[in-house]
Design a protein around this ligand. Structure first.
Ligand SMILES: Nc1ncnc2c1ncn2[C@@H]1O[C@H](COP(=O)(O)OP(=O)(O)OP(=O)(O)O)[C@@H](O)[C@H]1O
Length: 321
């Protein structure tokens, strides 16, 4: 079943900015989907169209089977939302905010427990929000999104302002929600966060979806082999590892030889080549980080866009998984 689907979704703001360009996206029910992109990529605009805060110029969307432009109320009733820069009432307490959301949605809530879950103590719960820090406000906004056990969570930059503990707690709650069968769709430019918690990610750049898939599948598609660092007793003078298949580049620092690989199977070859000439003391193999992946997708895309200026078609990467 599909929780969110967009078809050719496009938003052109007055003044000509194309914030979202022909977006085809599908988020399955029960998955944690990370919507990743640099500042200004169009993430918030997509979220705002899913909730009918902004109307698309072209294309369409369904959320939980409903069209946001005609059935936004139905969507919002079943969706917990953490909007970007959520507006809170300075004079109301955290507890009052949570109770207000529960009343508005006609559900019951144990406000103390809801706030405790996001790391706000009972003392915090009874303080006016005017005295909250940025991270506390974000925690409260998250607690408000969780009220009423919605089927779908749509969270815009949920970790903005959170400290490392807050981010860890956020990840745990997202996992718990997913275990309970909820769909979680959240935007982020924090790569580690997306990698740690998402089943699939979509990378948005300049309003266009440039790749979707599991983090592993995206890595494999690019055929990144990661890197291997080998500590040796003596670095051979005539290394020439670059000439071997699958080796992209080699650097030497002290007695450590570090090879970047285009193909993961080249790891064994690098180790064997060194082992022939010297004593291998230690081997550390690293996967390609999502950060490199992200940079590659977004920078390739930018290069591609400059090519498309003279009329050539751009490409998208769709990765099964
Ligand atoms: N109301 C608006 N009027 C005109 N342009 C807008 C409007 N809202 C957004 N934009 C533009 O649309 C583009 C996408 O913005 P959006 O806020 O969706 O990006 P984002 O990926 O959420 O960025 P961030 O990570 O910085 O929040 C940007 O160029 C932005 O300036």
């Amino acid at each position: 079943m599909t929780a969110i689907q967009t078809t050719g979704l496009t938003k052109r703001f007055d003044g000509g900015v194309v914030a979202v360009d022909d977006l085809d996206l599908r988020v399955r029910e029960g998955e944690v989907f990370g919507f990743l992109g640099p500042n200004g990529a169009g993430k918030s605009t997509v979220i705002n169209m899913l909730l009918d805060f902004v109307r698309p110029t072209e294309g369409s969307a369904t959320v939980l089977g409903h069209d946001p432009t005609t059935d936004a109320d139905r969507i919002r009733r079943r969706t917990g939302v953490l909007p970007e820069g959520s507006s809170l009432y300075e004079r109301l307490t955290g507890r009052e905010h949570v109770e207000w959301v529960a009343r508005a949605n006609d559900v019951s809530v144990d406000a103390g427990a809801a706030l405790d879950r996001v790391g706000l103590s009972s003392a915090d719960a009874d303080r006016a929000v005017g005295g909250y820090s940025k991270g506390m406000r974000q925690r409260l906004a998250f607690a408000m999104a969780l009220v009423g056990e919605p089927d779908l969570l749509i969270l815009d930059e949920p970790s903005a302002g959170l400290d490392p503990n807050g981010m860890q707690e956020f990840r745990e709650i997202v996992r718990e929600e997913a275990r309970d069968g909820r769909t979680v769709f959240f935007s982020s430019h924090v790569l580690g966060e997306v990698e740690a918690v998402c089943d699939r990610i979509g990378i948005l750049d300049d309003g266009e979806l440039v790749a979707t898939g599991t983090p592993d599948a995206l890595r494999t598609t690019l055929e990144f082999g990661g890197t291997i660092s080998v500590d040796v007793a003596r670095v051979p003078d005539d290394l020439a590892l670059e000439r071997r298949n699958g080796v992209e580049s080699v650097t030497v620092e002290g007695s450590t030889v570090r090879a970047s690989l285009a193909d993961p199977t080249a790891k064994a070859e690098v180790v064997a080549a060194l082992d022939e000439r010297t004593r291998v003391l230690d081997i550390v193999s690293e996967e390609t980080s999502l950060e490199r992946l992200f940079n590659t997708y977004t920078s390739n895309h930018r290069a591609e866009r400059s090519l498309t200026d003279d009329g050539r078609e751009g490409t998208r990467t769709e990765v099964a998984g």
